[in-house]
Structure formats: C-alpha cells, structure tokens
Design a protein around this ligand. Sequence first.
Ligand code: SAH
Length: 393
Amino acid sequence: MQEKKTENSGEKKAVKCPYEKKCGGCSYLGMSYGEQLKKKEGFLKKTLKGIVPVKGMIGMENPYHYRNKVNSAFARKKDGTIISGIYEQGTHKVVPVDQCLLEDLRADAIIRDIRNLLKSFKITIYNEDSGYGLLRHVMVRTGFTSGEVLVVLVCASPIFPSKNNFVKALRKLHPEITTIVLNVNERNTSMVLGKRDIVLFGRGYIEDELCGCTFRISPQSFYQVNPVQTKLLYEKAISLAGLTGKERILDAYCGIGTIGLIASKEAREVISVELNPDAVRDAIANAKRNRIQNVRFYQGDAGEFMVKLADEGEKVDVVFMDPPRAGSDEAFLSSVVRLKPQKVVYVSCNPETLARDLKYLQKHGYEAKEAYGYDMFAWADHVETVCLLSRRK
Ligand code: SAH
C-alpha cells in the first residue's frame, strides 16, 4: 500500500514581494505554502509515475529567509547611485533588492551596509560593457548552527584600495562576520566567482554543523542552501540505506563530503568521489576535523571513477549518489550495475533526470522502492527528491 503524507503543509498565505515582476526568481508567490507543496508533490508524482511511488513531500515549518548563501550583483546607475541585488530574469540588468523573502536576513543587512560603505572608500563598480571598475558581486554565506559568516568581495582586480580600513569598517558594523575573502574574477563571464581567493580577514571559510558533523565551507564549494531541509533530507537518505555498521559505501558527487561523512559512523568504510578540487580539499579537512578515519576521497569524474572500480572488481554494498541537475551518465550507471550494490540511494535536484536514470537502473536489475520530496526551495519551483533502489534478488 502506498502511504500518503504531506507534512507541514502549512497555512502560510500567498505573499507579496516588491521585486516579484522583475526578479522572477519565485514563481509560487501567488500561492499559499500548502498549495505550493501540493503542486510540487503533484509534479513529482507525475514525473515519476510508473517508476516509483512518491510517499510524501516534506515542507518547512517556517519557509522564509532560509537561504544560507546570498549573491548580490552590484551596478552603478547613470546618475551615479550604486545599487545591488538580483539580475532581472534572463538579463544582466540589476534589480535593486534590499531584502529578499528567501535570503538570510543577516546576509542582506551586510550587503546593504557594504553598498553604503563603497562611496566613502571610493570603491568603483565594475562595468561589464567597458570592463572598468572594481566590485562585481558580494557573496555572503552563513552557518545556520554555528552563526559564522563569510563575506566574499568579488572584484575584477586583486588590488582593493585601503582594504584594511574597509575590512575594519565592515567588521565594526557587523562583528558577526568571521571571515572576509577577496575573490578575483577578471574575466568577462556570467560566472560569479573567479578562481583566485585572497583572504583579507579570518580563516577564509566558515564551519557549520549538520547531523552531528562539523563542515568547512569555502567560497567555492557546493553546500546545500537550505540547512533546515538538508538535515531532514540527509537523515532520510541515510535511514533509507538501512546501515548496520558492516557496509562499504560509495558516496558519489560528494561535494564537501557531507553524506558520506555523516553515514560513516554507521558503516565500515566509505569511498567518496567529487569533481571539484576545492570541495575535495574541504572534504578531506572535514574528515580530519571530525576525527573520521574510515572515509577516503577521490577527486575526479564520478563516471570514470566508477568504471575503474568496476574494472578492478571492487565490492560496494550501498551507493549514495547526488548528481547535479543534468543527472548521472551511462558510464556511472552501468558501473553501478556491474558493482552490484544491494542498495542505491539517489538524491536528486531534478525530477526529470532522476526519472531517466531510475529507468536505466530498473532495466538493469534494480527496483525503485520509494521516493520522498523535500522542499528545499520554498516559493521557487525546484523539487529535491530522495529515492531508494534495491537490487532484485
Ligand atoms: N552530495 C553533496 C553535493 C551535491 S551537488 C551535498 O549534498 O552537499 C553535486 C556535486 O557534484 C557538486 O559538488 C559538483 O561539483 C559535483 N559534480 C558535478 N559533476 C561531477 C562529475 N562528473 N563527477 C563527480 N562530481 C561531480
């Protein structure tokens, strides 16, 4: 029997956002939160129909200001006023935003104050057309449990005038800031961050706690943006695996190591693979920081890595996989089939590629048992899913 569950469906009413029309980031503002969850669950069920039963859509108690990472683009208007905010949908025109419904309020306050400091420090704003000017973006990351705050000043040049005084002035306004990094992005690109980070103050990264582990989060590494829901999602992912302490786990697309490190306490051994070298560096530091010794990290393409493991005849009991929006690839999935883990726990940020990959695994000996939606992006239209697959006997 299919169990039906819509938790925390909430009475939160539709909300008004002054930036709604221009920003376009939130497509569900006209709906109550309960309606949003129903709609997301419906979409998930439709996309996964005939593939796997969807057993619930877990929503937030308080679906506001949940984003722990805030990016703000800076621009200078013709009259000289400096504005900061979000790009108008599909353009590079900055919509001025002082406070956003989704963003951490501390982050928004810091960005507003940086904007106000710029003039007295004579810091120029980068102009995409002419290539002149310095400041392009400000990114703020906050630790939900730790309260630590990272500010990244994304600039077109490594030379920031009177940077020490600027740092001092900013810290005076916001003593909660624990580290400040200057990120150099010299290229004419729509990527926010450049490759080079120069630490101006503090450790250059923040730490946060999640499911009993402490994680280091650098400017460049991926970390889920909704910490409240991430905790629930990871707990579910790990409980679906039904670990007994004897398993050899593979954590693919591991980012800074989160899922594998949390699961390592209930497993014999974990092998983790991730493409982004910065994330792998953080992951290794995270293992040390948490005194975890049964996890190994590999940097590289998850598909290629899996092919190698399968070629070498390695054994794996459980695979956790959490690929980006594009989903996984045939190299990876076909190697899963060859490695024959008893269970695969698939965490997905895109139901469509999840459906495609599940179909592949179903065709090759796996049964998709159950799936749960987690609302990581209230007011916006993304859906996160965790799904359990078992090898057919
Ligand atoms: N499991 C982590 C990260 C998930 S996001 C967490 O929950 O925090 C997806 C991750 O896949 C990103 O860190 C990204 O850098 C990584 N990635 C993208 N393509 C990859 C590939 N081909 N091989 C391995 N990792 C990849």
